[in-house]
Design a protein around this ligand. Sequence first.
Ligand code: ADP
Ligand code: MG
Length: 365
Amino acid sequence: METLENKMRIGILGGGQLAMMMIQMSAKHNIDFIVVDPSDNPPASKYAQCIKSDYNDKDSLDRLINECDIVTIDFENVPSEALKYLENKISVYPSSYAVEICQDRLKEKKIFNKHNIPTTEFHTVNSISDLSLAISILGTDSILKSRRLGYDGKNQITINKYSAEEAWLLSGEAEAILEKKVDFKTELSIIGVCPKSSETIFYPLVENFHRDGILNLSIAPYNNTKLQKLAESYHNKITKELNYTGVLVIEFFLDKSGSLIANEMAPRVHNSGHWTNEGANISQFEAHVMAIADINIKNISINGNSAMLNIISKMPENILINNNYKLYDYGKSERLNRKLGHITVNNNDKKDLMKDVEKISKSVF
Ligand code: ADP
Ligand code: MG
């Protein structure tokens, strides 16, 4: 029998649904987890011991240093100082360097461009005069996005609804970028797993549909060999520069001319990869844990076609779930535009899958 002493222990900063599923989905590896989260009873606290504290709390970080082998994150807005403090003593994946870039839309866009990965045109905005000038160049079909702390479409202002002055005030005058709206055909994401000591393994491209800036539906695989290769090559350039270990996801627009335009990236498991729990032999959550724990991942393969529908704002009352569907309830209280759970669907036949998706959308939402 394994003793506590030789059992690997992973600390997770953030105890949301992503941490929860990392713990649930890697149960067979016999790894202990400790979660740090400032909120009361976050989703992961059901499955692991949870330290309720700020991410910067030195006592909590020291506990992770003393009790864990590795630390990872479940959301990218953890203070990078906390990661730097941990990094001096213990392995942290992803590194503070990678997280600092992904926390900042300007740095993210610059790293894409440095590697000749196309992005939409953008301008840095630090003042009302920057914003007026940027609008005069890009036009009003553009979006003001705060450089930091944006998620689920938050901290974004569509310019064509407001004057420059109104938009600047609404933005809280925070450092931002103005970017040109992309008239896209669809949105895609590439999920890559970077093991500690071998080449990146990719899931197939996922097609994503957003509503009001929030992911609503993901469908996988998006079969296109050329785009798959291109997305993988972009991912490889970024993770090489970041010396990355673990799962990293890049979100793209596919524009009307068929080009991939990088939108943003996440240094973590991602909502567009939730289908992998049922749709792949190894889920993104287990793969992330295996990658950072240096457990060999032989291969990743998928089963048929999968879809994932997010449950947002309100938990449906009468969910009829059958064997084709799986419901995840994060146990969170209801709040407007909050992600409360999701449903995954798996079907060998794409047409049948889409019928299932329609049925669920009608009956549940
Ligand atoms: P978040 O961090 O909130 O996910 P995103 O930049 O990914 O921020 O924006 C959320 C969604 O808003 C995108 O997935 C897309 O649907 C829409 N969006 C964002 N930027 C643009 C853009 N430049 N052109 C068109 N749609 C956009
Ligand atoms: Mg996004």
